[in-house]
Design a binder for this molecule. Structure first.
Ligand code: SF4
Length: 291
């Protein structure tokens, strides 16, 4: 079986920078408590490594509530960004803040603030329960409407004449997002469109779909928590019509998936450590060829 390495894959600039910052803080603050508010990036291996560097995970669906578990020391905000209420809460508790928000997410926050100042209501396309939408919608929950699926556009009820803008989470499927934006433009022809899917997400999705056309199936290395890894599985299946398997490590590979497979592609989510992807590639290459 031929194993094709799909590129680009794996770590993006936002994840590399967030991990670098967290490790540095952990090393500098020996003796002082350091906590990351939620998974710094959505990967268990990265989380364990950071814990070894003295950075404790405080996991909570609600980040304002999560702050109640951090009494002193340093709090690290994750690459997904946080709402103003979280920043205020951390300050009120006297915590030192280290902000590891990805620059691409910060750009979306800045855009949303500008659109609100200009008098727009905002439709924000994103996944409910994911920290990135929580951070953006939290800028002004009364004026930012979260939409997850194309059908939800029909339930929106903006009066005629409303100044309206749409933007989105950075790690969505490019094609799903376009479908939602198209429906919004159909309903509200004057809507201002800002597609904020980040370049790293776009490049990984496009490369996976393009490569999959010449492959029998694709293995995506990443955590089930990782939005961009799950989207890679989705776009390979929906856009290229190929099977895709999400694995956290090489131990998750099932040899039965590869019966009759001549060419398998490997890609990885933006939060997947390179050494784990290498181990998956090695395990696939070690699978015995079928007679
Ligand atoms: S996936 Fe995109 S938005 Fe998220 S950390 Fe990476 S570069 Fe930043």
């Amino acid at each position: 079986m031929e194993v094709v390495r799909i590129t680009p894959r794996g770590y993006c600039h936002g994840v590399v920078e967030a991990i670098r910052m967290a490790k540095k803080v952990g090393a500098q603050n020996a003796g002082e408590p350091v906590a990351m508010l939620g998974y710094l990036v959505h990967n268990e291996h990265v989380t364990r490594e950071l814990e070894e560097h003295g950075v404790r995970l405080v996991d909570s669906d609600d980040r304002v509530a999560g702050l109640e578990h951090i009494d002193s020391g340093t709090v690290i905000f994750t690459a997904h960004g946080v709402s103003p209420a979280v920043v205020d809460g951390a300050r009120a508790r006297g915590l030192r803040i280290v902000d590891a928000t990805c620059s691409d997410v910060t750009r979306t926050h800045d855009l949303v603030r500008r659109l609100l100042e200009d008098g727009n209501e905002i439709v924000y396309i994103g996944k409910r329960g994911h920290p990135e939408p929580e951070g953006v919608v939290g800028i002004d929950p009364a004026r930012i409407q979260l939409v997850e699926r194309v059908e939800e556009v029909d339930g929106l009820d903006y009066p005629p004449g409303t100044r309206l803008a749409v933007t989105c989470q950075t790690t969505l499927s490019m094609w799903d997002t376009k479908a939602i934006i198209d429906r919004l433009v159909e309903r509200y022809s004057d809507i201002e469109v800002h597609n904020e899917i980040c370049l790293a997400t776009q490049e990984r999705q496009e490369a996976a779909v393009r490569a999959a056309a010449d492959l029998d199936c694709v293995v995506v290395v990443g955590s089930t928590r990782s939005s961009n890894s799950r989207r890679l599985v989705q776009v390979v299946e929906e856009r290229a019509g190929r099977r895709a398997h999400l694995v956290d490590t090489a131990a998750d590979l099932d040899p039965a998936w590869f019966r009759g497979v001549r060419r398998v592609g490997v890609t990885a989510g933006a939060s997947t450590p390179t050494q784990i992807t290498r181990a998956v590639i090695a395990a696939l290459e070690a699978l015995p060829d079928e007679e």
